[in-house]
Design a protein around this ligand. Sequence first.
Ligand code: ADP
Ligand code: ZN
Ligand code: ZN
Length: 684
Amino acid sequence: MVVATPAHSGVGEALSYRSERPLDVGALVRVPLGAREVLGIVWRCDNALPEGLAPDQARDVAQVLDALPPLDSPWRDLVAFAARYYQRSLGEVALAALPPPLRDLTPEQLARRLKRPARAAAPDTPADGARELSAEQAAALAAIDSADAPALLFGATGSGKTEVYLQACAHALARDPAAQVLVLVPEINLTPQLEERFRARFAAAHGSDAVVSLHSGMTPPQRLAGWIAAHTGRARIVLGTRLAVFASLPGLKLIVVDEEHDPSYKSQDGARYSARDLAIYRAKVAGARVVLGSATPSLESWHASEQGRYRRLAMPSRIGGGALPRLRLVDMNHQPKGALIAPPLLAAMAERVARGEQCLVLINRRGYAPVLACHACGWKSGCPHCSAFRVFHKLDRTLRCHHCGFTQRVPRACPDCGNLDIEPIGRGTEQVEEQLAGLLADARRPDGDPARVARMDADTTKAKGSLEAQLAALHAGEVDVLVGTQMIAKGHDFRRITLVAAINADAALFASDHRAPERLFALLLQAAGRAGRDAAHADASELWVQTWHPEHKLFSHLRAHDYPGFATAELADRAAAAMPPFAHQALLRADARTQEAAQGFLKAAARAAQALPERAAVTLYPAVPLTIQRVANVERAQLLIESDSRAAMQRFLSAWQPLLLQSRSAPEARGLIRFAVDVDPLAV
Ligand code: ADP
Ligand code: ZN
Ligand code: ZN
């Protein structure tokens, strides 16, 4: 018998244990590992011990958690695929896919937990019936119902994608009394809202505990309860963030990935999996349908729909016919020098405020200023532990490192030369909020009060419940101008906002990250799409962008709300540069005490690869330091691997893995802390 245990990279794939009685494959067991007893999953059962293992070497299975049905074969297939594809050990991925409390429960505790009645039904949500679909929605739904390929639901913001998900879900549940549906969303913040809508729709027919959520913001007992509900089939609909892609769903018939372009579907530590890509694989092995939805699909998914691998379903029209906002480009070359907000934009904002409408100002940096500097000697507010500047937060007068968290009070004078005149350089949300309040001092609301400017970013929403409170204030009309980072552009419905402004969009146009234009385009189109949904304001709503490069081709597509045009142009660039999705990439990353050791390990690994026949089908680039080379006193470097074949890349990485482990002990790798492989990295 073979059991997958929490193996750290380097430990073999599975371990062998003995059991007197036959066990089901997929059963959960507790087994001894060294001096501890750990949770394991039966991965294979053999009558004979593996060759080379003497009977007295194999230890006995300690306990079987037989109150739980075994994990089914599609689930095990998914986990095995994820481990293989993302170059992690099977045990690590399998165990990480289970809710943490399961690791510590004895069979008796588990049996008691299972007998406990389902948690008290959620407060009654008013029931909500299915809407009559628009022609575009009906066509999309019919295609999803009959699709044999993954569907890409390309629907404008406000085109009613959620209604299509809801009805596709209803159809799946109606077709099969044991059917289950998995709905993935990018943000924890979006799950309560969505859970409400799904519960309102399905509670009447399927009971109020038919809908459960699974995300990292839940307490361990909540996650366990949700997982058990899914695993035992009691939950018919599971809503969750990326980790929910691993939920055990024996009746899985439909997977929805909402806002499929969102980068948060890619995990950035441990197994660096893409929940969107795993959803596609999972649907295939489970025989389920899968729908990816977005107004601005990832170029990968768009490309797949161009090739016919995904079936594209377009819903270009907004429900209620509201027009999409008009683009107003402000050419900063012709504005007063140093202007934060160009005069025409400021005038437009004052006008909105006077009409009782709201404005949203997007800026990509929180804090007051990204750097504090001394002009006398050139001192800058660097972080002593990172190769990055500490951000000036004026409100509590601190310098904070956004990478390692190192925080200090702002010095009274320059620490190097004693100059009292140290100044912020650049602008963050705090400063924009402060300056806007000044710039709009003369603007009046319809009630005669001065304009109210507020800010919303990771700093103002840290406390539990503060995001909800701020959103409520916004919806109640207590705020006229909201300044925030991109987090505010996601998912929320801003009915009374009729002006969205991006005041420093240029950074993304010339970033070294080849996905930056795609992100900017998605952000602006999404933010604009959230604005002015109320028909009364819709025609007047505008998207303002301040730029020094108004001629950039991104803006002509944005002006026409032409995502397909943008995608075609970007894909042509990517093809010309042999970038994804036309090439496949992986990164080998190394963290070490010194940059020499980090790169030394990478070089040793690259040298070791020379011996592999699989090496011929991939390109290995030289080891380089990361853009932010040092974080919390750890030096970071990476090596890019490219291939035009996904299969060749996979074969190479698998063959390389054991050599990576050996390269750790190369002399030049002394001081290496850890390494990791990132397959299909988001940024290189
Ligand atoms: P999307 O997710 O595509 O941005 P939503 O699903 O949020 O759009 O739909 C936008 C609005 O239109 C919502 O308020 C929704 O309740 C409403 N809506 C969707 N479909 C219909 C329909 N067929 N009839 C009437 N209202 C609808
Ligand atoms: Zn100085
Ligand atoms: Zn730091």
